[in-house]
Design a protein around this ligand. Structure first.
Ligand SMILES: CC(C)(COP(=O)(O)OP(=O)(O)OC[C@H]1O[C@@H](n2cnc3c(N)ncnc32)[C@H](O)[C@@H]1OP(=O)(O)O)[C@@H](O)C(=O)NCCC(=O)NCCS
Length: 170
């Protein structure tokens, strides 16, 4: 059986090997746990750790800070299920929207978050300034964070592209 729940503080060391998949720089990960997120979640399947996520709930638009599924469990729908659970939790808390960011070069994550229903929102330029060595994915240097946003309220529905195009032609 698959479960998702808030992790206790004393469980965090057990989650680090999974969270490091989302933030490979361990120093940055520890700093992030201290300063950027306020809640850590774990996903287990029949007693085995499947994934972990960290969230900063404080703001009206909270943010998933790290999200990772353990390598053997990737590609089986667990990441999307985890995101869906966090989206429901954000709704339950009455939040306006949920944010999540990933690196400009992380093409797979850019696909993943859009398949989970997020839309591109803004860029945090030079977010990854703290990398000791340049990190390269798909031949692209990791520099900026692309922030995705999911609106959680019905009164904030996007204008459908067709009607927008018609309005712009007028
Ligand atoms: C990113 C991550 C959380 C995705 O979790 P996952 O369990 O592997 O993904 P899922 O199986 O739930 O996939 C959900 C959807 O995303 C798509 N997707 C997942 N990985 C993808 C990839 N590498 N390329 C393109 N699409 C991908 C799937 O096709 C699926 O689409 P569908 O539901 O429309 O069919 C996981 O791969 C991971 O932990 N990666 C390492 C850590 C990381 O990079 N975290 C994000 C940092 S911001």
């Amino acid at each position: 059986m698959s479960t998702i729940r808030e992790a206790r503080h004393d469980e965090i060391p057990e989650l680090l090997p999974v969270l490091v998949l989302a933030e490979a720089n361990e120093r940055a990960l520890r700093w992030s746990l201290e300063n950027l997120s306020d809640t850590v979640y774990r996903m287990d399947d029949d007693g085995a750790l499947v994934g972990a996520a960290t969230v900063r709930w404080g703001d009206d638009e909270p943010e998933i800070v790290e999200l990772a599924v353990a390598t053997p469990h990737q590609g089986k729908g667990s990441g999307k299920r985890f995101v869906g659970w966090l989206v429901e939790e954000a709704r339950r808390r009455g939040k306006q929207a949920l944010l999540v960011g990933t690196a400009n070069a992380s093409i797979e994550n850019i696909a993943f978050y859009q398949r989970c229903g997020f839309r591109m929102h803004h860029v945090r330029p030079d977010y990854y300034w703290y990398h000791d060595e340049p990190e390269i994915e798909h031949g692209i240097v990791v520099r900026d964070m692309i922030v995705f946003r999911m609106a959680l309220h019905d009164d904030e529905q996007p204008t459908p592209p067709r009607s927008r195009a018609r309005r712009e032609r007028r």
